[in-house]
Design a binder for this molecule. Sequence first.
Ligand code: E4P
Length: 294
Amino acid sequence: MLTNRPKTKILVDGGDPAETLRIKSLLGFVDGQTTNPSLIAKNPEIQQLIASGHTLSAEEEKNEYKKIVQSISPHVGEAGVSIEVFADLNTTAEEMLAQGQEMFSWIPNAYVKYPCTYEGLRAAQTSVQKNIRVNVTLCFSQEQAAAVYAATKGSKQPVYVSPFVGRLDDHGEDGMDLVRNIKKMYERGDGHVYVLAASIRGFNHLLWSFALSAELATVPGKVLEEWAAKAFPMPDRNFSYRGVDASGKPLKAIPYKELDLNLPWQSFDIAHELTNKGIQKFVADYQSTLRRSA
Ligand code: E4P
């Protein structure tokens, strides 16, 4: 069990309540959980249904999602359970908000995940005005994180922004630099947005998230198991990290940008090809569980 708990809250990145319980007994606690349409599609019960030829209607899929988060919810701490709206590239803010409001009522500790797009940020902006906790996901740039900050200013609850480290690494850029840059940019802010390091692929990502003082990190069960197997190492003063690709070549550094957090959120250039690709992948995984006629 983990005795020296890091300041960074640890969330399980998954869609299987049994896994959350397994990790909880390994660590002694779980601060929270993040889910997304791909992780829900991988849930063992849903996979079993599909293997037996029972694809789901959209309503059944939603009910399965609800069941999954309801069984995870009581086992996690104050970082809550993030539930993602089903959105494609044409989904409007109003459509996302309608889903978000419903999902927020499923459990007492919900965070609603919206994609970091123009429509997603409009939905996040209205959500915080309605006291719905939000997690803005698929964040790949500092501009996007600045827009999240500006769009949710005034929120009474912490807002999460999720930079996707591993997917930037896969793209040849050092994803942890984005976490560092956002943390640095937010030093000049009011503290209402918490950085949730996401798309973590190995325990070095995790240790560097601790060293950068990310408020939260969401971590796949197998990475937490690897960390536990190594007796929970923590970064010391000399710990340093540089992302490398599969051949050991250093990944491209992401430079820090001076951005003014007081500008209107619409003034930031939030377009990012990986955000769009991420949405398309979520749609494909979600649809893989659905009946064709649904
Ligand atoms: C975050 O909320 C996402 O669920 C997750 O971290 C995505 O990670 P992946 O890039 O490994 O799919």
